[in-house]
Design a protein around this ligand. Sequence first.
Ligand SMILES: C[S@@+](CC[C@H](N)C(=O)[O-])C[C@H]1O[C@@H](n2cnc3c(N)ncnc32)[C@H](O)[C@@H]1O
Length: 268
Amino acid sequence: MNQNEFEDANQRMWDELAPVHYKSYGLDRLRRGETLLEDIQLAEVGEVRGKSLLHLQCHIGSDTLSWALRGAEVVGVDFSGQSIEFARRLADELKLKAEFVHSNIYDIEKHLNRQFDIVYTSQGVLCWLKDIKEWARLIARYLKPGGLFYIMESHPIQNVFNNIKSGPLEIIYPYFHREQPTKWDDNKPDYSDSTFIYNKPSYEWIWTLSDIVNSLISAGLIIESLNEYDKAFDQIFPDMVRDSDGWWYYPDYRGKLPLIFTLRAIKK
Ligand SMILES: C[S@@+](CC[C@H](N)C(=O)[O-])C[C@H]1O[C@@H](n2cnc3c(N)ncnc32)[C@H](O)[C@@H]1O
């Protein structure tokens, strides 16, 4: 299979997951006017009212519309047509102004020709990307001078561990990038709806923290902050437990192992 065929297989998976997540993402909170964004994201991105915001890999638009609720003028992009349909349906239902573009992010220049105050992406995005340098170039391309790029994402170190087995963590996967993606066909329950099992293969690329940071620096962005946290937005390992704050922690490794990172960068 070539890189495009890996992407096509992933796109088919996200099309199938869109209706599942439309039911399992807790969208009733949005319907009640509550945000689905995490406390960390709200604090680190800051005020968005009146600002234009481009959301890369927006899926069913739950974060995109959460930013719209806070007054941002939002555009979401995703290559899953099903996800974009659900995002548009949700925006209509919530009567929120939002534009959703159905496109692979690598083809986005065919569809979008303006710049934004904020480019945002979050939670489970980088492993689907075949080219991190081109991703960073597009972020810089779509930011106005002085604009903010923000990401909250799984920490790449979590990729190296056996994520099925209980007990002490065991390193079984490489940390460093390889051109060939890893094939996943372990029939793991979905992260949001454990009753749903996708039973065809998907393909993930690994990007190290230095790959991510260096791609943004090479694209001309200035890194303002890089933070690491010992908690996660999903249950990545079987022994993790959800705390009353809504975050997932690994009791044996609390304070010892980063599970997510956030990054703020500014375009000169
Ligand atoms: C985990 S989801 C996005 C996370 C988002 N925070 C959420 O939970 O709603 C990953 C999304 O990336 C999209 N995606 C993956 N590769 C893409 C690409 N090359 N271009 C555009 N979208 C892509 C998928 O369709 C999917 O909607």
